[in-house]
Write a protein that binds this ligand. Structure first.
Ligand code: VGL
Ligand code: ZN
Length: 207
């Protein structure tokens, strides 16, 4: 029996060329999760050029692009003001909830709003959004994921993609972690790999 393929061998052996039945999902790249924002993720800005290259590649290939937005009412249960763990962030309609101007999402991008009820947190872009149904209906079989944050919304979204019967691929160089505890991001990636999520680098994308 041959050794299991690591993300390196996988991408070296096969190259990585997205095609029909595949989509890009950009998770929660919003001002409040970037330096200067209410719940800034360190290094978040580094993702923008990487994501812009991915967006351009999927657009060129004519493949669908989805972008999730954390989109909370001002009394959302995840806010410290309501007894939750986070500073108030990504309040619907405010600047902090907007994507950064430098992120070049095409006009046809499917925007997925999540966490819109005050009473439930929603780390996953699939949670109460209809995204699973929408992807399956459109014939999607695999989602390529990048964005914020590795240990929260990226993690939950990739695991939910599997639960929705999709394959999931996370670009390790297109995600950043909150890392409240040292190593949270690395542990999340290990958990995803163990669950069956493919991991790789966006540089291996051939187009
Ligand atoms: C997120 C904290 C609170 C995320 C969302 O997008 O990872 N993190 N809400
Ligand atoms: Zn949130």
């Amino acid at each position: 029996m041959s050794a299991p393929a690591t993300s390196e061998t996988l991408t070296q052996q096969t190259g990585l060329k997205p095609g029909p039945g595949e989509a890009l999902l950009v998770v929660d790249v919003q001002n409040d999760f970037l330096p200067g924002g209410k719940q800034a993720v360190r290094g978040g800005n580094d993702l923008i050029p990487v994501l812009n290259r991915l967006i351009a590649a999927f657009e060129r290939l004519g493949l669908p692009i989805y972008a999730s937005r954390d989109w909370h009412p001002s009394d959302h249960c995840s806010f410290r003001t309501e007894g939750g763990p986070w500073p108030p962030h990504c309040i619907a309609g405010l600047r902090g909830a907007e994507p950064p101007a430098a992120l070049r999402l095409p006009g046809e991008t499917h925007i997925i709003y999540k966490g819109t009820s005050a009473y439930a947190d929603a780390y996953s872009a699939f949670q109460a959004t209809g995204l699973g149904v929408e992807l399956r209906r459109s014939g999607c079989r695999r989602v390529f994921i990048g964005g914020l944050a590795t240990d929260y919304c990226v993690r939950a979204t990739a695991l939910d993609a599997l639960r929705n019967g999709l394959d999931a691929f996370v670009f390790e160089n297109a995600v950043r972690a909150v890392d409240i505890h040292d190593g949270d991001g690395a542990r999340a990636l290990e958990e995803l790999r163990a669950a069956g999520v493919m991991l790789g680098n966006s540089d291996s994308l051939t187009s």
